[in-house]
Ligand binder design. Structure first.
Ligand SMILES: Nc1nc2c(ncn2[C@@H]2O[C@H](COP(=O)(O)OP(=O)(O)OP(=O)(O)O)[C@@H](O)[C@H]2O)c(=O)[nH]1
Ligand SMILES: [Mg+2]
Length: 636
């Protein structure tokens, strides 16, 4: 049995869930196409998803295509749930990036396409909603070429586009003009193909070459269609079958896989994408994950049951082999992102910016404090980026967020799954601190009478480029310190820098260990950790830090007559306006906004513009705050 793990990705509302439904219908898995608007689809199964008509969690459904089982992963498009997309991206063999023929390429489309390219995931494009008024073809293809990639091959055209009768018409390689366009594109990507083409274009296998270049991520076929009417879906299915790779893993090798989803239904269920080997009930497995300071931790567990995706949302009990997606039970210690069987599969760093907002969450009933903490930790197993932590000023629990819709999801999960009602404080931005200038410090054992730490530690702090993150490195021989003492220094560095001079995490700098000395059996890890923290304190005070806030890029379009009101609102939100122009009918403004102010603007725009404003935004960078630096726990 072979498997293809296929992701459906797009900006919000592009039609991913509707397309999933259509593909399942065409494959004979369901006998009625469900609809997002009536809450009857296979993949939007959470109560809140059905009520709001948006996807919140990634969901898996399977269908058969030739001899292959396609595990389709329907992902959310709303930017608040980008963490779900990230986890799905780690397990894909191929992807369909959906673009709406009406709304066109959006900021999120570009972010997703760039990430798919970076990860080398073979990607087909599906231009959806050709049946809707305002759907475009030629203009949209130009946008795709200029905003995503020039290496696109439209696989068909649309008749009666923008009407309910829109019909996708596929091209064939027997069509001369299409074959020529394909030859041009494929020749640019392969010298061998070019040479063969010049030699004798008649004998070339265009289809095989196209498959090869799609699989290496060089070329992207573009399909047009409508998830609602079903036109174009057959051609897309054919493209999935012909051009996306079906990976082969060794079934006899040690079991290796990635946990990309964790669910609680009575007990914990881990969704594992298998890469090699098999998992069966009663197997003992080791899960690997990175601990707080980057070190790899091992967690043992014993499998009690395994079910493999087979038919829509249905699973069958049995053994999970290479390429399959299995629901694995019994691993009580498992978390999302864990690598099973080998630490090699652990992701190095995040693909997207971590959440830049946070809020205090408090139980409606004060007696629920302890259960709330427990429930939040359980949520963190499914979404570690929520990062429940104690807010030091209010001494209440706080969570990290991408946005306001995520707040609603957290509240609804806590209510539905744990029966805990909660209230949130106003969302605030998570700032960071950047060191200003280099500093160094040295503690030699016995040097300062007031410390009894038997530790010689020298450290140097160097500010890095904005956005470069926090790094730690050795300028001493590894062997100059035992492993335990070396770890104690590293731990001290990361632990101290979690709170800078104003209480925010310190970032965009490098810390070097420049000198060491210890006495066997006398020096302890605590001596080294404490000394390191003390020296960092000295260095940070000498360097000073600049507090920076997260800032989003934005673009807004609005009816020309509402310009003054829109600009006034943007001004009040501390917008940094970079570009502005208007035609007789429409005004356009773009620039930067503090992330904290984005939601307020989003909420006010519809009222100012009779719901006609189009607002897009994405995280850009951290920028120094003007005026007195806010301290953690206090509003700016
Ligand atoms: N006319 C038309 N409407 C469509 C089509 N595809 C989706 N829609 C509608 O567009 C809306 C959004 O569709 P969804 O399938 O939920 O989109 P999505 O990409 O899954 O949305 P999120 O998961 O929330 O990001 C719904 O109202 C659908 O009925 C299409 O091909 N034609
Ligand atoms: Mg959806």
């Amino acid at each position: 049995m072979s498997f293809l793990n296929l992701g459906i990705l797009a900006h919000v509302d592009a039609g991913k869930t509707s397309l999933t439904e259509r593909l399942l219908f065409d494959a004979g898995i369901i006998d009625r196409v469900g609809s997002v608007d009536s809450g009857s689809t296979q993949t939007d199964s959470m109560e809140l998803e059905r009520r709001r008509g948006i996807t919140i969690q990634s969901a898996v459904v399977a269908f058969r295509l030739g001899g292959t089982t396609v595990n389709l992963i329907d992902t959310p498009g709303h930017t608040d749930f980008i963490a779900e997309v990230e986890r799905a991206l780690r397990v894909l063999d191929g992807a369909v990036l959906v673009v709406s023929a009406v709304e066109g390429v959006q900021a999120q489309t570009r972010v997703l396409f760039r990430t798919l390219e970076r990860l080398g995931v073979p990607t087909l494009l599906f231009v959806n909603k050709v049946d809707r008024r305002g759907a475009r073809e030629a203009g949209l293809l130009d946008d795709l070429a200029s905003m995503l990639s020039p290496n696109l091959l439209p696989m068909g055209t649309v008749e009666a586009i923008g009407t309910g009768d829109a019909r996708a018409v596929p091209f064939a390689f027997t069509d001369r003009a299409f074959a020529d366009r394909a030859a041009d594109l494929l020749s640019a990507g392969s010298d061998e193909f070019l040479a063969a083409y010049l030699d004798d274009p008649g004998t070339l296998d265009y289809d095989a070459e196209l498959a090869a270049q799609v699989r290496t991520g060089q070329v992207h076929p573009v399909y047009f269609g409508s998830a609602v009417t079903g036109t174009g879906a057959a051609a897309l299915t054919e493209g999935i079958r012909r051009y996306l790779p079906v990976p082969q893993g060794d079934p006899e090798a040690e079991a290796v896989g990635t946990v990309f989803k964790v669910e609680h239904v009575g007990q914990k269920i881990a969704y594992v994408r298998m890469r090699a080997g098999r998992i069966a009930p009663r197997d003992a497995l080791t899960a690997y994950r990175r601990g707080e300071y980057g070190a790899v931790e091992e967690h043992e567990g014993k499998v009690t049951a395994v079910e493999v995706f087979d038919h829509g949302t249905a699973t069958v009990p049995g053994e999970a082999g290479p390429g399959s997606i299995a629901k694995v039970k019994g691993l009580s210690d498992i978390r999302i992102g864990d690598a099973i069987g080998s630490p090699d599969g652990l992701a190095g760093g995040g693909l997207f910016t971590p959440p830049t907002l946070e809020t205090v969450v408090r139980p409606a009933d004060p007696n629920d404090r302890v259960p709330l903490n427990r429930a939040l930790l359980s949520l963190a197993e499914r979404d570690p980026l929520v990062d429940p932590h104690l807010d030091e000023l209010s001494e209440e629990m706080a969570v990290r967020l991408y946005g306001e819709v995520q707040k609603e999801v957290v509240a609804s999960l806590l209510d539905e799954e744990f029966g805990i009602g909660v209230e949130f404080e106003e969302t605030r931005a998570i700032h960071v601190e950047r060191p200003v200038k280099p500093a160094s410090a040295l503690h030699e054992m016995g040097q300062w009478a007031q410390t009894t730490n038997v530790a010689t530690v020298g450290l140097r702090l160097e500010p890095g480029e904005p956005g470069s993150g926090l790094h730690y490195g050795l300028e001493v021989e590894r062997g100059s310190l035992t492993r335990a003492l070396r770890n104690a220094v590293e731990e001290g560095v990361f632990a101290y820098l979690r709170r800078g001079l104003y209480g925010w995490a310190v970032t965009d700098c490098k810390v070097w260990l420049t000198a060491t000395g210890y006495i066997g059996r006398t020096s302890t890890a605590a001596h080294f950790r404490d000394t390191t923290m003390y020296l960092l304190d000295v260095m940070l005070r000498e360097s000073g830090t600049v507090v920076c806030e997260p800032v989003n890029r934005f673009h807004v379009e609005f009816p020309a007559g509402t310009g003054n009101a829109v600009l006034k609102t943007l001004g009040e939100a501390r917008a940094d306006i970079k570009g502005q122009f208007s035609t007789e009918t429409t005004g356009y403004v773009s620039g930067f906004l503090p992330t904290e102010a984005v939601h307020g603007v989003e909420r006010r725009l519809p009222g100012l513009t009779e719901g006609l404003a189009l607002f897009t935004t994405e995280f850009e960078e951290y920028r120094p705050v003007f005026g007195p630096p806010p301290r953690r726990g206090q509003r700016a």
